[in-house]
Design a protein around this ligand. Structure first.
Ligand code: NDP
Length: 271
């Protein structure tokens, strides 16, 4: 039986690559995002684009109901929609911080709430939450982004053991720097928010770190492959992390270094 997947954030980057990759591998795929024009090309892969704003409940409910009406259920949910709110915690308006969590955390969890009843009924389901290496390590000026990804990691851990007995797997995928629109969106916000404040030097250094990272990014297909690996594994791992050396090194060092040593390491990257 063909499985039905909903990939959020399918208008760009990792989400678009994942939607196409899953469609190519035999899944019935729906892609959700706000910019429907950017998803028109998905139709040529047999993917159905749906207008979706994960921060708007009526949009989320309508999207899920449209797929239920056509397919009966959503077997695989890839919670990928997200962005990076960069800027000093002192500088960022609280409403922006709340919006970051609305998109990266509440949007994903609301979708999970809506697809879980049918997954339980079918005794089959995969919920893939696209976190980040930044869901394990927090850099300065990315506080709210990291908070959103740390939260997604914790929620995934809780949910994994809540739904296991119903035949449902919760899988976290942690990309490192990946080619997409993420960097441009994050950098624009960073310079706007903290480019002219007490944090401007740190913002400039962080900007230059992003520019350096952008030269050594993985292709989004790498993450799409990890998603498929997770959903097709008989017993999926709780987490699939990018195999980029820089990410593996950071995560490994996080395990063995003291907080103070890790701080020094992080700040040595921002120079
Ligand atoms: P992109 O900016 O290329 O894509 C982000 C996607 O999220 C777009 O399709 C965008 O669609 C969608 N999106 C944003 N806000 C909403 C919303 N309110 N409702 C619905 N969709 C929304 O970035 P990536 O592909 O890189 O990001 C995908 C995920 O991967 C994110 O969760 C990101 O945090 C994570 N990640 C990315 C890394 C990277 O280096 N690229 C590294 C680690 C994690 P639209 O604007 O059309 O709504």
């Amino acid at each position: 039986m063909k499985k039905t997947a909903l990939v959020t954030g399918a208008s760009a980057g990792i989400g678009k690559a994942t939607a196409i990759y899953l469609a190519r591998h035999g899944y019935t795929v729906y892609g959700g995002a706000r910019r429907t024009d950017n998803m028109l090309d998905l139709r040529s892969y047999g993917i159905t684009p749906i207008a979706l704003d994960v921060t708007k409940d009526e949009s989320v409910v309508a999207c899920v109901n449209q797929i239920f009406a056509a397919e009966g259920s959503i077997d695989i949910l890839v919670n990928n929609a997200g962005f990076g709110l960069e800027g000093a915690i002192e500088d960022l308006p609280m409403q922006d911080a709340r919006y970051q969590l609305e998109v990266n955390v509440f949007g994903a969890m609301r979708l999970a709430q809506l697809v879980l009843p049918k997954m339980r009924e079918n005794r089959y389901g995969k919920i893939v939450n696209i976190s980040s290496v930044g869901g394990k390590i927090a850099f300065p000026l990315g506080g709210w982004y990291h908070a959103s990804k740390f939260a997604l990691e914790a929620l995934s851990d809780s949910m994994r053991n809540e739904v296991k007995e119903f035949g449902i797997d919760v899988i976290v995928v942690e990309p490192g720097a990946t080619r997409s629109e993420w960097g441009t969106v994050a950098t624009d916000i960073l310079l706007k928010v903290s480019g002219h404040t007490a944090y401007k030097d740190l913002a400039a250094k962080t900007h230059s770190l992003f520019t350096r990272l952008a030269k050594d990014v993985a292709e989004p297909i790498v993450i799409a492959e990890l998603v498929r690996k997770g959903i097709e594994a008989k017993i999926p791992k709780a987490r699939y992390t990018t195999s980029q050396l820089a990410s593996l090194l950071l995560l490994g060092l996080k395990r063995i270094l003291s907080d103070r040593q890790l701080d020094r390491l992080i700040m040595s990257q921002i120079k």
